[in-house]
Ligand binder design. Structure first.
Ligand SMILES: NC(=O)c1ccc[n+]([C@@H]2O[C@H](COP(=O)([O-])OP(=O)(O)OC[C@H]3O[C@@H](n4cnc5c(N)ncnc54)[C@H](O)[C@@H]3O)[C@@H](O)[C@H]2O)c1
Ligand SMILES: O=C(O)C(=O)C[C@]1(C(=O)O)C=C[C@@H](O)C=C1
Length: 306
């Protein structure tokens, strides 16, 4: 892979920024990568582990002269960072972000982007429950989607360049409108996280009744919930506060379906339960067949589990 940008600046040195750094280095996609994080402790850690070619003590210093600036902070911090770096953005540079919500980021960041600077929001659909500068790894984006959400009048050449960066980091790239993005992610990511947080909260409430049995006999389903519910509280608080409408819409539908299932259990309607689970099983199969669950073990599909 050849170099896509001369200089890239990463603002906020957590899971996504550190993974981007290692993926950029793996493929030689940038000449120099600078980085900035708000806390001195994070900057020290970054310097110690060689995260970024140059770690700067201010966001402005990191951004000066950069051809690409990537905002890798929680969604609720995007506006303040955009406002701070705006005066030093290089004409012709591109600003992008990796936030999990897109309409809100566009609303609060766009007004701060000077004329002559491109703004192309993005969102990699890849992550883990870990956060911070030491949690990143070069393979995070391999074979995952990264969605570009161009705003009105986005320059096609700048979009193509950002696409080349994400493809160079191993991702498959698609473009999507911001509102559609926020609705899709409310279904596939935001509501599921809230449900996991709730389920683990319920288990915690029951702790006095069950002692430590919930942990001791934790079955696979609950373990998956605990992994998701260990995700960063700041990040997820911001996601729910900024993707309010779409999340509430999906939770409304979720509650209706939950009530229907609750009723089927109470009335002994096995047919309803069986049909429902048959339909949802087919969705899982579809995801695996589309090759989008790289973590899924092969359960011998087509043999014992067709
Ligand atoms: N974790 C995921 O699974 C995931 C996946 C895709 C996208 N995202 C999005 O990526 C962004 C970063 O998430 P992450 O998982 O890398 O988070 P993280 O917690 O690992 O890192 C965030 C970094 O931003 C820094 N920061 C916070 N406020 C700041 C500010 N005002 N100025 C400068 N730095 C600040 C923090 O100190 C930290 O270093 C978020 O917007 C999130 O929604 C996360
Ligand atoms: O795998 C995980 O741990 C994640 O939660 C990653 C995940 C997701 O929901 O898939 C979380 C938030 C993002 O914005 C994108 C990806």
């Amino acid at each position: 892979m050849s170099q896509v940008y001369d200089r890239v600046a990463l603002i906020g040195l957590g899971l996504i920024a550190s993974s981007m750094f290692w993926a950029i280095k793996r493929a030689g996609l940038a000449g120099e990568v600078t980085g900035y994080a708000r806390s001195e402790a994070t900057r020290d850690t970054a310097r110690r582990i060689g995260l970024c070619d140059r770690v700067c003590d201010t966001a402005k210093e990191a951004v000066e002269g950069a051809d690409l600036v990537v905002l890798c902070v929680p969604v609720g911090a995007m506006e303040a960072v955009a406002q701070e770096i705006a005066p030093v953005l290089k004409p012709g540079a591109t600003v992008t972000d990796v936030g999990s919500v897109k309409r809100h980021v566009i609303q609060v960041v766009s007004p701060h982007i000077p004329k002559g600077v491109h703004f192309i929001p993005a969102h990699p659909l890849a992550g883990t429950e870990h956060s911070g500068p030491e949690s990143g790894f070069a393979e995070l984006f391999d074979n995952r989607w990264s969605l570009l959400v161009p705003v009105e009048g986005s320059d096609p050449h700048a979009i193509a360049r950002l696409r080349a960066l994400w493809e160079g980091m191993g991702a498959n790239v698609d473009e999507m409108d911001a509102d559609h993005h926020d609705l899709v992610l409310a279904v596939t990511s935001h509501a599921p996280h809230l449900i996991a947080y709730t389920m683990v909260g319920v288990a915690d409430d029951l702790r006095r009744v069950t002692d430590s049995e919930v942990i001791k006999y934790s079955a696979a389903g609950f373990r998956d919930f605990t992994r998701i519910a260990a995700s960063d509280p700041t990040m997820w608080r911001d996601v729910f506060l900024t993707n309010k409408d779409a999340t509430l819409e999906i939770l409304g539908r979720f509650t209706e379906e939950l009530f229907a299932l609750q009723r089927a259990i109470r009335t002994g309607d096995g047919e309803h339960l069986f049909d429902y689970f048959t339909r949802t099983r087919a969705i899982r199969r579809g995801i695996i067949d589309a090759g989008q669950d790289t973590d899924a073990p092969d359960f011998g599909r087509g043999k014992a589990n067709p």
